[in-house]
Design a protein around this ligand. Structure first.
Ligand SMILES: [Fe+2]
Ligand SMILES: [Fe+2]
Length: 362
C-alpha cells in the first residue's frame, strides 16, 4: 500500500475504480474511534455484502442468465478485493422459487468465494420447504457471532403466521404466493416469539457500548405492507436493541437505496444483484403508513433496468457508518450517520433544494 494513504482511503479509491461494474457491497468497519460511543478494538476490518440474486431455474441445466451474471460479477470481485475481506455476508433470496436446483446452483457459484460466508435467508429461499434444505446444506436460520469488537446478529425475519402457511394446497403454491410483490393474498413477515426470546438471551451478555450490527432480509421496521416491505413484530426487535449505543441494521429484500432512523437504530438497505424494485407510495411521507420514513430520501430511477443494482461501501471509522452506494450507471451516493442530524444523511442530496421529487408513476 502507498505510504501516507490510510487503509480507508485506499479502499475507497480501489472501490471507486471498480464502481462501474460491480454488484457487491464492500463494508469497512473500524471500531477505534467514535468519541467513546463504540467499544475500542483498534482492529479495522472489511466485509463484502452480496444480496438478492434470485437465481431462476428454467429447465434442466438452464437458468436465467442475467441473474447468474449479476451474482458471478459479485463473486469475481470479492475474490479480487485487496485487502481481502474477512468474510462475505449473503443477504438472502439466493433462489427465486426455493428450488433445490436454484439453491444448489447458487451454492456452487458461491463456493468460488475466497472467504467465509455468513448467510441470511430470504423468503424466496424459505417458502417451498420452510427452510429445511437451507438449514441442512447452507446455514442456520438465525445466529450471532463476534468479530473484532463488533457483535453481529443474523435474524430470520421472513417467518409468518402458521395458519397462512397451512392454508395452501401445495408447497409450490405457497412459494408462488410469497414470491409475488403486490399481493393481497400474502402474509406479513415476522421474527416470531421463539427467535425474540433467543435474541434477548443472546444480547444479555453483550455490553451496551459494543457496536451492534444486525443483518436481516426484510427491513426490521414497517415501510409498506402490501409489498411486504415490512416486519410485523419489528417494534419488539427494536425494543431489544434499545439499550445499545450504536445499532446498525443492514437488510436486503427491497432491492433499492433506502435508509432510515428509528430511535437509536440506523437502517440501510443493500441493493440486489438482479433487479431494482420501484418505490411504494409510502415514501412520499404519506401519513397513512405508520411509521412514516423519518429521513427524506432522494431516489435513483427504478425505471432504468440497472439503476438500483450495484454495491455499497461502508466505513465505520468514527464508530458510525458511512455508506457509499455504488450504483451502476448512476453517480455514487454517500449516506452517512450525521451526529448533528441524529440520522443518516445523503451528503449530496439531503438538503431540500437538491432533492428530486418522489416518483409516483410506478
Ligand atoms: Fe429479493
Ligand atoms: Fe426478499
Amino acid at each position: 500500500m502507498e505510504k501516507g494513504i490510510s487503509r480507508a482511503d485506499f479502499l475507497r479509491r480501489a472501490g471507486g475504480a471498480l464502481a462501474a461494474t460491480l454488484p457487491l457491497s464492500l463494508i469497512e468497519i473500524s471500531c477505534g474511534g467514535g468519541g467513546g460511543r463504540a467499544k475500542a478494538s483498534n482492529e479495522k476490518f472489511t466485509f463484502a455484502f452480496i444480496s438478492d440474486p434470485h437465481l431462476t431455474h428454467i429447465k434442466g441445466t438452464q437458468f436465467v442468465r442475467n441473474f447468474d451474471s449479476g451474482l458471478n460479477k459479485a463473486i469475481e470481485t470479492v475474490n479480487l478485493l485487496f485487502p481481502k475481506p474477512d468474510f462475505v455476508v449473503f443477504g438472502g433470496d439466493l433462489a427465486q422459487l426455493g428450488k433445490k436446483e436454484e439453491l444448489d446452483h447458487g451454492m456452487q457459484m458461491l463456493s468460488r468465494v475466497n472467504a467465509p460466508i455468513k448467510y441470511v435467508i430470504g423468503e424466496h429461499d424459505y417458502y417451498l420447504d420452510l427452510g429445511k434444505y437451507w438449514e441442512e446444506k447452507i446455514s442456520k436460520l438465525y445466529y450471532s457471532f463476534d468479530h473484532k469488537g463488533v457483535h453481529f446478529v443474523v435474524l430470520n425475519s421472513i417467518l409468518t403466521d402458521e395458519k397462512w402457511i397451512a392454508k395452501w394446497p401445495s408447497a409450490e403454491e405457497r412459494m408462488n404466493q410469497m414470491a409475488r410483490l403486490d399481493n393481497p393474498e400474502g402474509s406479513p413477515f415476522m421474527v416470531g416469539d421463539a427467535q425474540l426470546a433467543w435474541l434477548k438471551k443472546d444480547l444479555e451478555a453483550v455490553d451496551s457500548k459494543t457496536p451492534l450490527i444486525v443483518l436481516s432480509h426484510s427491513p426490521l421496521y414497517k415501510i409498506f405492507k402490501p409489498w411486504n416491505f415490512w416486519t410485523d413484530d419489528a417494534e419488539k426487535v427494536q425494543a431489544e436493541l434499545k439499550r445499545f449505543n450504536t445499532v446498525t441494521v443492514f437488510h436486503g429484500h427491497v432491492h433499492q437505496v433506502l435508509y432510515n432512523q428509528i430511535d437509536n437504530i440506523s437502517f440501510y438497505a443493500l441493493m440486489s444483484t438482479g433487479w431494482p424494485w420501484p418505490y411504494p407510495e409510502s415514501y412520499k411521507q404519506d401519513t397513512h403508513y405508520i411509521p412514516k420514513m423519518t429521513v427524506f430520501m432522494n431516489r435513483q430511477d427504478p425505471f432504468h433496468e440497472r439503476d438500483g443494482t450495484g454495491w455499497a461501501f461502508v466505513n465505520f471509522e468514527n464508530g458510525r457508518e458511512e455508506m457509499t452506494y455504488k450504483l451502476w450507471e448512476n453517480k455514487d451516493r454517500v449516506v452517512a450517520y450525521d451526529d448533528s442530524a441524529g440520522h443518516p444523511v445523503d451528503r449530496e442530496y439531503q438538503s431540500p433544494e437538491k432533492r428530486t421529487l418522489s416518483q409516483t408513476h410506478y
